[in-house]
Design a protein around this ligand. Sequence first.
Ligand code: AVI
Length: 323
Amino acid sequence: MPDHLSAQKKHNDTFYEDVIAGLTAFPKKLQSKYFYDAAGDKLFQDIMNCPEYYLTNCELEIFSEQTAELAKIITDRFPAFDLIELGAGDATKPTYLLQYLLETQVDFTYLPIDISANIINLLEQNLPAKLPDLHMHGLNGDYFDMLKEARQFSSRPKVVLFMGSNIGNMPVKEALGFCSALRHELSPDDLAIIGFDLKKNPKTILAAYNDTASITQNFNLNLLSRINRELQADFHINQFDHYPTYNPETGTCKSYLISLAKQQVKLGGHLIQFEENELIDMEVSQKYSLEETDQLANETGFQPVKHFFDDKKWFVDVIWKCV
Ligand code: AVI
């Protein structure tokens, strides 16, 4: 079997195994990393344009209005470095930083890492047209495998970007493990720039995951459509409803799909039974206080250097130094 086909098969097998494990567990659970097929990517773009979904604009404001200050923290420390972005997406936000670094003739290489080959290909096609002087090298694969690879071909100091509150899609314990693992791949004095969505008025947070145009609902339901299509299941999509929640005590925002009837779903050799009102746990989007982000740094081998806020102080990009 050609390499790309065997990689695709392995991906499908893992997807199938994860879905079966999740839907035979109690409570039922699906992993939000599977939201992002082509339709899911498009729906997420639409979410980012929803008036209620403030996160993207807040972080865009930070990167577009405080670019020089952000750059200075890096360039005061390193004359030359690698700027590594985890989960690069379309690189809209870091483009401000990339452009500024190029204009000020800083010596750096941009290394976007993404699990999606499609995203890396698009970046390699599109970014050189926007930023012709940019040195870039896209890395397609798992974050930590690719960080290891980056270390093998370059010994320059590393600045790792992990934006968009992607860290919020991990439960707090997993975020601790993630930050420790990230620290393990870096060297003393290297930097990490991480975007956290901050605790705020609970109604503002809940509205961001409960938009009036129902795009977030469709984003969640799209995973059931994907399972139908890719794993030959027979979910009746209109028999499930989106139920977002936010707990202001813990900062945990969670989305569920609720079965509107007692029903069963065929999936491979399995028959999955749903009771009426039974839930599928779909996604966590954890919110942090500033103190909690500092604590996360201190517990995982980093030291907070600076906090960059948007005007409303709804979002923070923290700069952490490896100790
Ligand atoms: C990608 N991630 C940070 C988004 C979030 O806010 O948790 C995904 C998302 N889910 C629903 N809306 C947006």
